[in-house]
Design a protein around this ligand. Structure first.
Ligand code: FAD
Length: 322
């Protein structure tokens, strides 16, 4: 079956988010000989339109309006509903980002579409039906679901689908949406100090727990993360102890991450923490307790003091990589 698939692309600063490129590859997988369309909102949208066509978007709707530079739930919901009514897709895909988590259920409810959120894969089975995979019970099980009627909105977890370049000649369409009257006024957006690498999209994460002992101790982890071009994460134990900001928390009630390499330093490996890291490709644990549960999920374990081991790793990697 040939399907029309719409990808809602997102910008981070002046760049298209990686997960939007991954969404295009997912869209190609399920479109068959159908169409892959992309839509992007905000005044920076035109900057990287070529990138969308390199990854398979055949039509690109651009809503170039500064009112969409920042996410506004009502404006975005209205605009995306209009884009869907205009393009009539069978499947809509976007990243399971902060915005995706908020927008997808709003749009799906408004249009009475099915919704599959936080998927790690979307593909076709032997009978050409769409099958999505997502993790359940805090990452202990994976479920596969089929949707055999009606359009569906799917959000995909970053770092799970390998982007494949499939260049097409894209038609760019400038799209204007009449704005609805809004009830929600965003008075201020307070940004945290800019992270160099987004935690949810990072390929390498160096994460610290209560064993790091202080905010100062996190600087040692940051040095290793910098050398590896990675991001720093944390356990809830470290956040509760005020060693770092809650925006770094990984786990069941924090962020779910899927890096290629997760280095857990001074983290015991509580089930609620592991729920957020179980999809990492390689887990390395550094802990001075040889019986710490983190070693049960780690691919490589180092028993020892993180304050001795992490600087040594930073040194070794700097010699190799810098
Ligand atoms: P600890 O369990 O205290 O472990 C510290 C570790 O550091 C120990 O293993 C110790 O051996 C090691 N260590 C100490 N010093 C050193 C050193 N110098 N070198 C090397 N190792 C050292 N937790 C999360 O992380 N994320 C969540 O999203 C989350 N959600 C939760 C939701 C609920 C409903 C509940 C009840 C709990 C949740 N928790 C979550 C908390 C979780 O249960 C644990 O309490 C928490 O993960 C423990 O953090 P920790 O591993 O940093 O601390």
């Amino acid at each position: 079956m040939d399907r029309k698939v719409l990808v809602i692309a997102e910008m981070k600063g002046q760049k298209i988010r990686n997960v939007s490129i991954e969404a295009l590859t997912a869209a190609k997988q399920v479109a068959g000989a159908g169409n892959v369309i992309s839509a992007i909102l905000g005044t920076h949208s035109a900057i990287q339109v070529d990138l969308l066509s390199q990854y398979g978007a055949e039509q690109i709707y651009i809503v170039e309006d500064s009112d969409y530079d920042e996410y506004h739930p009502e404006l975005y919901t209205h605009a995306v509903v209009k884009l869907i009514q205009e393009t009539q897709p069978d499947v809509i895909i976007m990243g399971h980002t902060g915005n995706g988590k908020d927008l997808a259920p709003r749009v799906a409810a408004r249009l009475e579409f099915g919704l599959a959120s936080d998927c790690i894969d979307i593909n076709l089975d032997a009978s050409d039906e769409i099958v999505i995979s997502r993790s359940i019970y805090s990452g202990k099980l994976f479920e596969k679901k089929k949707f055999n009627s009606g359009p569906i909105f799917v959000t995909i977890r970053p770092n799970n689908i390998t982007p494949i370049q499939q260049a097409t000649e894209a038609l760019t369409i400038s799209y204007t949406v009449e704005k609805p009257s809004i009830t929600l006024l965003i008075k201020e957006i307070v940004r945290r100090a800019a992270e160099k690498v987004d935690l949810t999209e990072a390929k390498v994460i160096v994460s610290g727990g209560r064993g790091v002992k202080s905010a100062e101790g996190f600087k040692v982890l940051q040095q290793l993360a910098d050398v590896l071009n990675g991001a720093v994460g944390a356990s809830r134990g470290a956040c509760d102890a005020d060693y770092c900001d809650y925006s770094l928390q990984i786990g069941q009630t924090g962020k779910v991450v899927t890096p290629d390499l997760y280095i857990a330093c001074g983290i015991s490996g509580a089930i609620q923490h592991v729920a957020g890291i179980s999809n990492s490709k390689f887990i390395v644990a550094i802990n001075k307790d040889p019986d710490a549960p983190i070693f049960e999920v780690a691919d490589y374990g180092i028993v020892g003091d993180l304050f001795e081991i992490v600087p040594q790793l930073t040194n070794e990697f700097s010699n190799i990589l810098l």
